[in-house]
Ligand binder design. Structure first.
Ligand code: DX5
Ligand code: ZN
Length: 215
């Protein structure tokens, strides 16, 4: 069964608590936080204060750091309640050290790859990570169309995980909906981030059920 992580970025910020609990009631498994700094990506979203407030909600928090020098903030995001902390390979000069830092802070460690980044950069850390996040759009904005080549990257990483005997799971992020998800799940993705399609769905429960049914 694939798990579902709604991206809060697509919710109504004026009623953030309700928007989270609406997703929990629909059966979502995590709450995905798109943290952007206006440097690694063009957009600026939210930071520690919002994450801290929302850690009182009923869903575990999946923090996707689209920021430069994420090492500076790992401990803070861990302290305010993130269960998973994902850093971008492109943003880390010392990726292995960042992964160790996330674990030392008591969180699950994820590494995200932009669409043009080769899965090869995961080869020597594949046994150390809990999650590989394949960006299926260019990071920075919600509501974009999925880049089809990303599905092949999911398959490549799945092969790498299996060959190494790693326990890492694959998360996909960007342009995920009930039409695009099946090919990604078939290639090995098991955690699906969904923003605009899920928050905009007429029936969020039916949307989550449809993704849960994929394997
Ligand atoms: C893009 C973000 C995604 C995005 C997902 O930078 O990482 O989480 O907001 O939103 P949709 O599903 O609308 O593409
Ligand atoms: Zn994200």
């Amino acid at each position: 069964m694939a798990k579902v992580a709604p991206s809060l970025l697509a919710g109504d910020f004026l009623k953030i608590g309700e928007e989270i609990e609406r997703m929990a009631a629909a059966g979502a498994d995590y709450l995905h936080f798109d943290i952007m700094d206006g440097r690694f990506v063009p957009n600026i979203t939210f930071g520690q204060c919002i994450l801290k407030a929302t850690s009182r909600c009923s869903l575990p928090l999946d923090a996707h750091l689209m920021i430069v020098e994420p090492e500076k903030y790992i401990d803070e995001f861990a302290a305010v309640g993130a269960e998973i902390i994902t850093v971008h390979a492109e943003a880390c000069t010392h990726l292995h050290r960042a992964i160790q830092q996330i674990h030392a802070a008591g969180c699950k460690a994820g590494v995200a790859l932009n669409p043009a980044t080769s899965p090869e950069c995961l080869r020597y850390v594949i046994g150390d990570i809990d999650l590989a996040l394949v960006m299926t759009v260019n990071p920075g904005f919600g509501g974009q169309k999925l880049i089809p080549a990303a599905a092949d990257k999911v398959a490549d990483i799945k092969r790498m995980i299996d060959a190494a005997g790693s326990h890492a799971i694959i998360e996909v992020d960007g342009g995920v909906n009930t039409k695009t998800a099946p090919a990604l799940v078939e290639k090995g993705a098991s955690l699906l981030v969904a923003g605009s399609a899920l928050y905009g769905a007429e029936d969020a429960r039916a949307f989550v059920d449809a993704l849960h049914a994929m394997n």
